[in-house]
Design a protein around this ligand. Structure first.
Ligand SMILES: [Zn+2]
Length: 298
C-alpha cells in the first residue's frame, strides 16, 4: 500500500508485439508520473474465491467496460519481456492474450472514465503510447511517464509477483486487474499534481472494481479515513456513484483535470457536502448493512 517515486529504469528488451492503431494527435496537458502499487490482489495462498476468466467479454451490454463502435483513439502499444526465461513470463503468456490484453483494458478504462469520444463533459488525456514492461522487481507494479514525454507511459509489472499468484485460476483476472489499475494511471487526471494519492489510487481500483476484476479478499472497509486509497477508497467512490448517480466518478475525474485540488470546494461543488460528511454517511450505511456482509463472507 505504499507509494514510491520511480526513476523508471526501463531495461532494454524484446518487443513482442506493437501497435494496434494510430496515435492520437492532440497534445494537451500531460498526466504526471504515477507511483508504485503494492495494492492489488495479493498472491497469497488464501485467495481461492473467484476463478472466472475475464467476464467482461461475455456480457458486453451489462457493464460499462465493453467497447462499441465509436471507440476512442488508441495509443501505440508495446510489450517488453527482457527475461523471457522467468517462470512469471511463461505464466503471463499462458494466462492472457498478450496481443489484446492492453488494448482491451484501455477500452474499459476509457469507457469508465470518459464514457465515449463524443461525451462533451469529459476530456481524455492524449496518451500516445503504453509500454508494458514485465521484469524482475520488488512490489507489484507502477506506472511512469517516459523521461522525454509523459504522454508516453510505461507500466512496469513484477514477474515475481505474477509468478506468485495463487491459485493458478486467479492468474488471468489478477494480471488483468493489475493492468487495468495501472492503465487508469495512464488515463486519469490528477489536479495538476495536487490530487491526494488516496484518491488517485481509489479511482484506479474503482475502475478495476467496475470491470469485475476485484480480488476475492477485497471488501468494504470503514476504518480510518476516506482517503486510505486502493479498494478502501474505491468502495467509497462506488457508494458515491450509487448515491449521486452513474457518472459521478467521471465528473470527479474531469474536475481533477480542470483545477488544483482543494478539499472543501472540490467536494462541496461536486456533491454538495464536505468529504468528511460523505464518509460518515458511508460508514453508517456500511454498518447498517453489516449483517448481510457477515453472512456472505463467513
Ligand atoms: Zn496505483
Amino acid at each position: 500500500m505504499t507509494l514510491r517515486q520511480q526513476s523508471s529504469p526501463a531495461p532494454t528488451a524484446t518487443s513482442i508485439f506493437s501497435p494496434t492503431s494510430p496515435v492520437p494527435s492532440a497534445v494537451p496537458v500531460p498526466l504526471p508520473d504515477r507511483t508504485a502499487d503494492n495494492d492489488s490482489g495479493t498472491a497469497s495462498a488464501e485467495d481461492d474465491g473467484s476463478s472466472a476468466v475475464d467476464g467482461d467479454d461475455t456480457t458486453p451490454e451489462d457493464n460499462n467496460c465493453s467497447r462499441d463502435d465509436d471507440d476512442f483513439a488508441q495509443p501505440r502499444l508495446r510489450l517488453k519481456i527482457p527475461d523471457l526465461e522467468h517462470s512469471g513470463a511463461a505464466k503471463f503468456l499462458g494466462a492472457v492474450n498478450a496481443g489484446t490484453l492492453v488494448a482491451e483494458s484501455i477500452a474499459k478504462v476509457q469507457r469508465l472514465l470518459y464514457r465515449s469520444p463524443s461525451e462533451t463533459h469529459t476530456t481524455a488525456p492524449p496518451t500516445r503510447s503504453v509500454t508494458l514492461v514485465l521484469r524482475e522487481m520488488d512490489g507489484v507494479a507502477y506506472t511512469t511517464g517516459s523521461s522525454l514525454d509523459s504522454d508516453h507511459k510505461e507500466i512496469h509489472f513484477s514477474l515475481s509477483y505474477i509468478d506468485g499468484i495463487k491459485p493458478a485460476e486467479r492468474l488471468t483476472d489478477e494480471i488483468t486487474g493489475v493492468v487495468v489499475h495501472e492503465l487508469v494511471h495512464c488515463y486519469q487526471w490528477d489536479a495538476k499534481g495536487t490530487c491526494p494519492g488516496g484518491l488517485i489510487e481509489g479511482i484506479a481500483d474503482w475502475v478495476r472494481l467496475n470491470c469485475d476484476l476485484s480480488p476475492p479478499h477485497w471488501k468494504r472497509e470503514t476504518s480510518g479515513n476516506w482517503d486510505g486509497g486502493y479498494q478502501h477508497t474505491a468502495y467509497f467512490l462506488q457508494y458515491l456513484e450509487g448515491r449521486y448517480g452513474e457518472g459521478t466518478v467521471r465528473k470527479m475525474n474531469e474536475k481533477l483535470r480542470l483545477h488544483e485540488y482543494e478539499a472543501k470546494p472540490f467536494w462541496v461543488e461536486l456533491l454538495g457536502r464536505p468529504v468528511e460528511q460523505l464518509w460518515e454517511d458511508y460508514v453508517k450505511k456500511v454498518a447498517d448493512e453489516a449483517p448481510t456482509d457477515d453472512q456472505t463472507s463467513s
